[in-house]
Design a protein around this ligand. Structure first.
Ligand code: AVI
Length: 324
C-alpha cells in the first residue's frame, strides 16, 4: 500500500472512530447510517431488497419495467447528448431497464454510477459489462456531491441525475431540503433529476418492511456493531442488543433503533461507553412522503415538476424534476 493510501485509510478509520464515539456520547445515542455500508451489509441489503416484506424495490422496479418508454421520452425529448449520473447506484438493477431502452434507441450518452461502496460498484461494473457491453460507463466511488461536481466540471453535456430507491428518505426533512437545494445549485437550468420516493401508506405495511419476518433488517443494523468491533477494536456483545423499528404515521418517519438488553459497558479502542437496560441507539430514518410533500420539496429547492410515475399499487413514485 502506498504511503498516501495508507494515510487516507488511517484518516478514514480515525473519522469513523470519531463519529462513532461522538454519536455514542450524546444524551440520545446515535450511529451515523453513512457507515452502514461494507461488503457484508451490501449483501444483507441485497437480501432485504429481495425479501417479501420489503416492497420498495419491487414497486420501483414495476415503474422502471412498465414505464420505460415514458421515462426514456422524458429524458430524450429535451435534446440528444447527455450524461446520465446515478447517485447511490447500488447494484443498478432498476436502472438497467432504462439503460437498455436508451441503448436500443441509439441514444448517445455516458453513464456515471456513483456510490460510497466500492464493493457494490464492482458488482455493478460486472453486471453492466455482461448485460450491456456497448454501454460507456465510468464507476465513481465516493461522496455524491464531490463526484457530481467533478463530472459537471469535466463535461458540458446536459445532465440527467438519478437518485432512486427512496434514498432521499434516509435524511431528515431538513437534510433532504438541503440536499435538493445543493443538487439544483450544482446543476444548470434544464438539467433533469429523477428521484424515487416511498409514499405514505398503511402503517402496518411500512412497519413490516423494516421489521421483516426473516429478521434481515435486524442483522443489517447489528452488522454496524460488528463493523465497529472489527475495525475500531470494539467489544459489543451483539446478543445484548435488539433491533426495534417504529413508524409515526403523522410525521411519516420510520426509524430504526438498537436497544440495549441490559446495563452494560462497551469498550471501543480506549473509550468506554455505558448503556442502561432498554437504552436505544438511534440508527436510521426511512422517511415516507405524501405527493404534496414531494411537490413542495421540488418547488422549495428550485426545481419544477415535469411528471410523476407511480407503480400499479401507488405505493412508490419516481418524480422527474427540471432545474429552473
Ligand atoms: C437505502 N434505503 C433507501 C433503505 C430504506 O428503505 O430506508 C435502507 C434500509 N434500511 C433498512 N431497510 C432498508
Amino acid at each position: 500500500m502506498s504511503l498516501l493510501l495508507e494515510q487516507l485509510v488511517l484518516t478514514q478509520s480515525q473519522l469513523f472512530l470519531k463519529d462513532v464515539i461522538e454519536g455514542l456520547r450524546l444524551d440520545q445515542k446515535e450511529l451515523s447510517s453513512k457507515y452502514f455500508y461494507d461488503a457484508e451489509r451490501d449483501l444483507l441489503f441485497q437480501q432485504i431488497m429481495a425479501s417479501e416484506d420489503y416492497y420498495l424495490t419491487r414497486c420501483e422496479e414495476d415503474i422502471f419495467r412498465n414505464k420505460t418508454s415514458e421515462l426514456t421520452l422524458a429524458i430524450t425529448n429535451r435534446g440528444t447528448l447527455f450524461d446520465l449520473i446515478e447517485l447511490g447506484a447500488g447494484d443498478g438493477s432498476k436502472t438497467l431497464f432504462l439503460l437498455k431502452e436508451l441503448i436500443d434507441q441509439g441514444e448517445d450518452f455516458d453513464f456515471f454510477p456513483i456510490d460510497i461502496s466500492k464493493n457494490i460498484l464492482e458488482i455493478l461494473g460486472q453486471n453492466l459489462q455482461e448485460s450491456l457491453p456497448e454501454l460507456s460507463f465510468h464507476l465513481t466511488e465516493g461522496d455524491y456531491f464531490e463526484a457530481l461536481r467533478e463530472i459537471v466540471t469535466a463535461s458540458h453535456k446536459r445532465k440527467v441525475v438519478l437518485f432512486l430507491g427512496s434514498n432521499i428518505g434516509n435524511m431528515s426533512p431538513g437534510e433532504s431540503l438541503e440536499f435538493c437545494r445543493h443538487l439544483s445549485d450544482l446543476l444548470s437550468p434544464g438539467d433533469l433529476v429523477i428521484m424515487g420516493f416511498d409514499l405514505r401508506k398503511n402503517p402496518a405495511t411500512i412497519l413490516r418492511a423494516y421489521s421483516d419476518r426473516e429478521g434481515i433488517t435486524s442483522k443489517f443494523n447489528l452488522n454496524l456493531l460488528r463493523r465497529i468491533n472489527r475495525e475500531l477494536g470494539g467489544d459489543f456483545n451483539l446478543s445484548q442488543f435488539e433491533h426495534y423499528q417504529s413508524y409515526d404515521p403523522i410525521s411519516g418517519a420510520c426509524k430504526s433503533y438498537l436497544v440495549s438488553l441490559s446495563d452494560q459497558k462497551v469498550t471501543i479502542g480506549d473509550q468506554i461507553i455505558l448503556f442502561k437496560e432498554n437504552e436505544p441507539i438511534y440508527m436510521e430514518v426511512s422517511q415516507k412522503f405524501s405527493p404534496e410533500e414531494i411537490d413542495a420539496l421540488a418547488v422549495n429547492s428550485s426545481f419544477s415538476v415535469i411528471a410523476n410515475w407511480y407503480d400499479s399499487k401507488k405505493w412508490f413514485v419516481d418524480a422527474i424534476w427540471e432545474v429552473q
